[in-house]
Design a protein around this ligand. Structure first.
Ligand SMILES: Nc1nc2c(ncn2[C@@H]2O[C@H](COP(=O)(O)OP(=O)(O)OP(=O)(O)O)[C@@H](O)[C@H]2O)c(=O)[nH]1
Ligand SMILES: [Mg+2]
Length: 317
């Protein structure tokens, strides 16, 4: 089932960001370097009214360097956009953001016209961690679950440089089904909004295609060829003691183990999508959408006729 998560507080965040925008000079969108396409808000350009933007691929320590390089080139090619990859917990790379923001808004700076930078991104991507690293102190609350930051917070980096931390936000409709799985696997979606075994199966299907050897090594599995994704998940459960009283595998527990291992980097550095694949998925979703709309339009065209026939028949009944 496609994953969607847009609770009421995200609607409020979207509104608050739109209202704040006139006072913002640069927008930093924090992306997850393991899913740099799926974690990008498709509505952001409209929301920020084309303000200069910096795409930061965070958690690069968990992503594959070669794919991170492809994604950086992909975003750098966009007009008015700079892209950087980093690990929000490390001070020196994070501080590169300061000159990058200043370069994007050269007319701001000094006490009279401080530079105002808004940091936004999906839940749990590391926004507050980055702000704390930049400030050199724990000012913003962080935690390994989505929804830690509840309200927008203004933090002063220097007397001419303000940072705005915002609550994690998704968008009303996740169009690419795989993106929903990638977002859930990364920890960006609330636990109640998806089924863990379903997400773990999608994750295993993706990861085994390029890194099956790592799964074999981690769980001491035999050859994966010929093994279905379901059988692979069950094997992981069996190897990790995820058994129910009758000896049956506890697939829920197996899924939790797989997801935690992926999230913590126990499978090594893994990126779930390349720019090329992601563009293909987007095009596929757009085509499917267009077809659904055309079908709906055709149905609506037929409907009034049937209605008119019914109405015309009524008096003679
Ligand atoms: N490995 C790794 N973990 C990170 C990185 N940045 C943040 N984290 C971890 O990701 C989790 C979420 O970090 P937060 O800073 O709370 O994320 P947030 O985007 O502010 O989340 P919300 O406020 O819930 O939207 C924490 O457990 C961080 O320690 C990174 O670059 N690498
Ligand atoms: Mg936060």
């Amino acid at each position: 089932m496609p994953i969607q998560w847009f609770p009421g507080h995200m609607h409020s965040t979207q509104k608050a960001i739109a209202e704040r925008m006139p006072e913002i000079d640069v927008v930093i969108e924090l992306l997850d370097a393991r899913l740099p396409g799926s974690s990008a808000n498709p509505l952001l350009a409209r929301l920020t009214g084309g303000k200069p933007s910096l795409k930061v691929l965070n958690k690069q320590d968990l992503a594959e360097p070669a794919l991170t390089a492809l994604w950086l080139a992909h975003y750098q090619a966009r007009p008015g956009t700079k892209a950087l990859a980093l690990d929000a917990g490390e001070t020196a790379p994070a501080r590169q953001l300061i000159p990058a923001c200043r370069a994007l808004a050269p007319l701001r700076g000094g006490m009279v016209k401080p530079l105002r930078v808004l940091i936004c991104g999906i839940p749990n991507v590391g926004k507050s961690t980055l702000i704390n690293t930049l400030l050199g102190q724990r000012s913003a609350k962080t935690g390994d679950e989505p929804g830690i930051t509840k309200i927008e917070q203004r933090l002063v980096l220097a007397n001419d440089f303000y940072l705005f931390d915002t609550p994690g936000m998704l968008w009303p409709r996740i169009e690419v089904e795989r993106s929903g799985y990638h977002l859930a696997a990364s920890g960006g979606i609330g636990r109640n909004a998806y089924d863990e075994p379903e997400v773990a199966l999608a994750l295993l299907a993706n990861v085994r295609s390029r890194h099956g050897d790592r799964l074999q090594l981690r769980y001491k599995l035999g050859e994966l060829v010929g093994l279905s994704d379901e059988a692979l998940l069950a094997d992981i459960g069996r190897k990790r003691g995820g058994l129910l009283p009758g000896g049956q595998v506890n697939l829920q527990k197996a899924a939790e183990i797989a997801l935690t291992d992926f999230r913590t980097g126990a499978w090594g550095r893994i990126t779930l999508e390349s720019p090329e694949e992601f563009l293909q998925w987007q095009a596929g979703a757009a085509a499917a959408d267009a077809e659904r709309q055309a079908q709906r339009a055709a149905r609506n065209k037929r409907k009034p006729k049937q209605h008119a026939t019914g109405a015309a028949k009524a008096p003679s009944d």
